[in-house]
Write a protein that binds this ligand. Sequence first.
Ligand code: ADP
Ligand code: MG
Length: 471
Amino acid sequence: MQNLPNKFVAGSQEWCALPQLDVAAVKARVDSGAKTSAIHAFNIEPFTRNSDQWVRFDIHPLQKSRRATIRCEAPIVGRRVIRSSNGATEKRFVIRTPLTLNGYTWDIELTLANRDAMGFRMLLGREAMSGRILVDSEEEFLLGDVSEADIELLYGKSSPNRDDGLKIGLLASDPKLYSNRRLLEAGEKLGHEMTFLNIRQCYMKLDADSPAVHYRDGRVLNNLDAIIPRIRPSNTFYGCAITRHFESLGVLCLNNADSITQSRDKLYSLQLLQKQGLDIPITGFASSPNDTDNLIEMVGGAPLIVKLLEGTQGRGVVLAETTKAAESVINAMKSLRANLLVQEYIEEASGKDIRCFMIDGKVAASIQRSAAPGEFRANLHRGGEAKLIEISPEEESLAIKAVKTLNLDIAGVDIIRSRRGPLLLEVNSSPGLEGIEAATGQDIASKMIKAIEKQIEASTEPQPLLVQDVA
Ligand code: ADP
Ligand code: MG
């Protein structure tokens, strides 16, 4: 097998082959600044063969393309702790396999890197060069290029769908819901493979070597590129646990689990927002009923708003018009051990508020919602009406700062217009699409899918050395 060369010069990128893995051509970054070599693998599963430790994995040999997938098997020669550029450490398998370069073939060790690890599919470090390769970093493909025609022969023709189509999971509860239907439809239309995943039918395996998300029908959900979590408040705990597990598998989540969890706690979110200096209605919170009087005074007295910390769709929001009413509502809720906020009532908003639909840090669309007659809550679920609205630069900036603070890719930011300017009411991490698409005529679902495309594209940009060997 070994046919060792004398020294030769390679460029900073070269085409290699891994004959025992059936990889006829893979573009590698050649970097003597990196100690170890790595290959971009996924669906990594260790197994035992004749009492030896082996590992099975898939690779996409073509950079920035998913059109070819090669299933590989190799014996494990070790495990390595890798520290990535952001400081996180991870344990990775190391395999030993022959490398062919410049007509010579010799054994090298390869770390199986996670999908998010690097832009190049393969990194050839100095250990694998074993003193035989000199790198001229100014040059590329000194050992020969592979033509597009050769790539077609090896891996089939390129087609837009197979090349860029992503596997996207919609993690939700009801596929018939308007928002979910729209997201599935928009993803398919843009050439992606969309899968509806019912949160309650997912379960997970925690294991340092082979963590996984399983589905009740027997599938292992380890080859998804992205997840769109649409978690109901009643499912927050489990839905976020599954989302977090996908994150640990290197799957992009459009709203990460920690941000969703955080946004579900109204008090905590308001604390984070006001810490960033964002204007909110004066809000009070206390644990003991003994403090009710002071709480009422603190927010400027009646009329005032009482809100359950875990309410949504306007359900837990009450307007107390007099001090007496405020006292009885607060004390009644307290006696039921409910956590509640007491808030200044913005009367001048006259039952209107603004919903900004935020995608990737920008306002994708905004509507004004007006409460039904006799109602102060503008929620569409409470019969509110929506219409397209032009927001002010101040409101736009408030919405942008809010999603930045709460680190949400997708959010509905609710703003209320008060005498002293726009105030932030709340930030919703699973905003509905129906009202906003109907009122603005905008295709919000497609914009959300495009946000995934953009983030994935950015994460697969070729980057120099990202992994660092620590053990
Ligand atoms: P939910 O999560 O249930 O939607 P919100 O805090 O968004 O709770 O309140 C629901 C609606 O009640 C808002 O959309 C707004 O119309 C009205 N509202 C909430 N807080 C106030 C307030 N402080 N002053 C006036 N109206 C309010
Ligand atoms: Mg709301």
